[in-house]
Design a protein around this ligand. Structure first.
Ligand code: HEC
Length: 113
């Protein structure tokens, strides 16, 4: 009983396509780091177009656009430490995948809310 449950779990994890895994990682980072200020992630994602997200969370500069936007805004002070961290720069591409996946013009309807 216990064994087959573990097997199903392992199999389902292995079978997640890499794209989905990246989106999931981005969603996880969002819930941990952004939700307290912005609320539901899919709503935020749908507030912009794919093109806008690709610009804000640009690959080459590791999301410097979004970081700058926060670092220059006094109201976002509580997020400064995060946006200036290695951990943000590492998550930026996952956040990008998540935002682009649910962007306004992505054609993906949020699963919930
Ligand atoms: C401490 C609170 C805080 C945290 C944490 C935070 N933000 Fe923000 N964010 C703000 C504030 C304040 C603004 C400025 C806009 C405003 O006044 O509403 C902003 C602006 C934005 C904008 C621009 C909105 C627009 O209409 O152009 C985006 C996109 C955004 N944040 C995404 C994120 C993401 C993604 C994360 C997590 C990596 C995050 N934020 C974390 C407070 C925060």
């Amino acid at each position: 009983m216990k064994f087959s449950f573990a097997l199903v779990l392992v199999l389902s994890l292995c079978c997640l396509p890499t794209l989905e895994a990246a989106v999931y990682k981005g969603q996880k980072a969002y819930v941990k780091k952004c939700r307290k200020c912005h609320g539901g992630g899919q709503k935020v994602a749908a507030s912009k177009r794919m093109k806008d997200w690709k610009q804000l969370l640009n690959k080459k500069n590791k999301g410097s656009g979004l970081a700058k936007l926060h670092l220059e805004n006094e109201k976002a002070k509580a997020s400064w430490k995060y946006f200036d961290s290695k951990s943000y720069r590492k998550s930026a591409r996952h956040l990008r995948d998540f935002m682009v996946e649910y962007a306004n013009d992505s054609g993906n309807v949020p699963a919930c809310n």
